[in-house]
Design a binder for this molecule. Structure first.
Ligand code: BMP
Length: 222
């Protein structure tokens, strides 16, 4: 069983052989819209079929009225979980989507805050309210702003928090875990240079070192 604190972001096509090597060493795979546009839904299914991971998250950042989002997730039955924007609100959108996913044995993550510079943290009190209303399985919170992850962790002590922004976007590997995230999302740091398997080994060691420093335990799930 994987004991990793990484979710691998797949935003563009990757060779199946490489994914077979990487997938047992991460908790999950996050499928982006870009990859799906490149390969088509059947191509994504073929790429992921039988891989050794605990979770496949589809990240289309859903932001629409409920029937449209339900139609989208219904076409993606290979996924275990889906990410949606929380700013779209509860009634007629996320509450219905959550009910629909529950009925189909799927999980929902809501974006608490985003990792890029232009995200306005004054939105976070609203996203927090929506997360309280909808009660998703998990939250996406940015590794790039330590305080924001800590605030979501404090507000939601038992939710899974997945955190993008480590590596290429500037946050140190392990820092999001130290601030309360459950998993760190990593994409380009693995794929944009050299040998992906070695890159994953290197960043896993970095994550583990950082987590040992801050928590005194290994980065693997306790
Ligand atoms: P990378 O490690 O290459 O920066 O990839 C980060 C991944 O996390 C991308 O798939 C991106 O869509 C996602 N992401 C993000 O970067 N910031 C957010 O606020 C939310 C995200 O889902």
């Amino acid at each position: 069983m994987p004991q990793s604190r990484f979710i691998l972001a797949l935003d563009f096509p990757v060779k199946r052989e490489i994914l077979e090597e990487l997938s047992p060493k991460v908790h999950g795979l996050k499928v982006g819209l870009g990859l799906t546009l490149d390969l088509g839904v059947q191509g994504v299914k073929d790429l992921l079929k039988g891989l050794d991971v605990e979770e496949i998250v589809v990240d289309f950042k859903l932001a629409d009225i409920a029937p449209i989002m339900q139609g989208i997730v219904s076409r993606l039955s290979f996924a275990d979980s889906f990410i949606a924007h929380s700013v779209i609100g509860s009634k007629g959108a996320l509450l219905d989507l959550k009910r629909f996913l529950d009925a189909n044995g799927k999980k929902l993550y809501l974006l608490g805050a985003m990792s890029h510079e232009g995200w306005d943290d004054s939105l976070n009190s609203y996203t927090t309210k929506v997360i309280l209303d909808v009660d998703p399985f998990g939250i996406v919170a940015p590794a790039t702003r330590d305080k924001v992850i800590s605030q979501f962790r404090e507000k939601f002590p038992s939710k899974v928090i997945i955190s993008p922004g480590v590596g290429t976007q500037g946050a140190p590997f392990g820092s999001a875990i130290c601030n309360g995230a459950t998993y760190e999302i990593v994409g380009r740091s693995i794929f944009s240079s050299g040998d992906p398997l070695n890159n994953l080994k290197f960043i896993s060691e970095n994550q583990e070192r950082e987590v040992l420093n801050c928590k005194g335990t290994k980065a693997g799930k306790q």
